[in-house]
Design a binder for this molecule. Structure first.
Ligand code: NDP
Length: 214
């Protein structure tokens, strides 16, 4: 279980206060291109995994879950502790059930789907919600955030627990986050990125990539 494992968080959050959710769902609707970007980026390569909290799993319409083409891992305190089992009926039929983020990572290490490589295969993405992002941000494995910064404002009840692009704490033990260039971002995800602010359905947003540099 010494295989390198690197976590990338994927999130869309409001620019004003990092809002990510409202009433158990997304605060916005109709960001079809943004959702397609999420799907492409998390699918590209082989053997990718997406890790999510139980409430985020519940928020996905049943016909769209498990998210296709990716190993889905759901985290709930109601799941059996210890090393998770392989998904019943295969990864397109049911998710892996893990009792903690640490158990999920141990499962992925043992499956060797967590190996990072230059081809980008075997990537592990943490896709929310706020509770699972918070747990991931406490782990050294978390190196990167793919942030869709939603410039238009929405009323939210759930928030990403790290204020990227706002006032940075300067204490030595706070991990430091830097925004990478559009070229670096495009190279990492393996596709070209549109420049500047996108507008869809009246909502403005921008694609960003942040990395931890400590
Ligand atoms: P989460 O999706 O993070 O799920 C929370 C659940 O995860 C808990 O109720 C618990 O499940 C389980 N859990 C949390 N911590 C632990 C732990 N340490 N060990 C074991 N299990 C744990 O819920 P949130 O409410 O934080 O986020 C959901 C909201 O976020 C929704 O509104 C959703 O639409 C939004 N969202 C937005 C995204 C975006 O990019 N804008 C992305 C993803 C979600 P249990 O209760 O079963 O024990």
């Amino acid at each position: 279980s010494l295989a390198p494992l690197e976590l990338t968080l994927v999130v869309a959050a409001t620019a004003r206060d990092m809002g990510i959710g409202a009433n158990g769902g997304l605060p916005w609707t109709g960001l079809r291109k943004e959702m397609a970007y999420f799907a492409r980026v998390t699918k590209r390569g082989d053997n990718n995994a997406v890790i999510m909290g139980r409430k985020t799993w519940d928020s996905i319409p049943p016909k769209f879950r498990p998210l296709r083409g990716r190993l889905n891992v759901v985290i709930s305190r109601s799941f059996a502790s210890g090393l998770p089992k392989d998904p019943a009926g295969g990864p397109d039929a049911s998710p892996v059930e893990a009792s903690s983020l640490e158990a999920a990572l141990e499962y992925l290490r043992q499956k060797k789907t967590a190996m990072t490589s230059e081809s980008g295969s075997g990537r592990v993405f943490v896709i929310g919600g706020a509770q699972i992002y918070a747990a991931a941000l406490g782990l050294a494995e978390t190196r990167r955030v793919l942030l869709t910064r939603v410039v238009s404002d929405f009323s939210c009840d759930t928030f990403f627990p790290l204020a990227l692009g706002t006032t940075t704490e300067k204490t030595a033990d706070v991990p430091k986050w830097v925004q990478r260039s559009r070229a670096e971002h495009a190279a990492w995800i393996g596709e070209e990125l549109p420049e500047g602010t996108q507008t869809e359905n009246g909502t403005e947003y921008e694609y960003q990539m942040w990395e931890r540099v400590d």
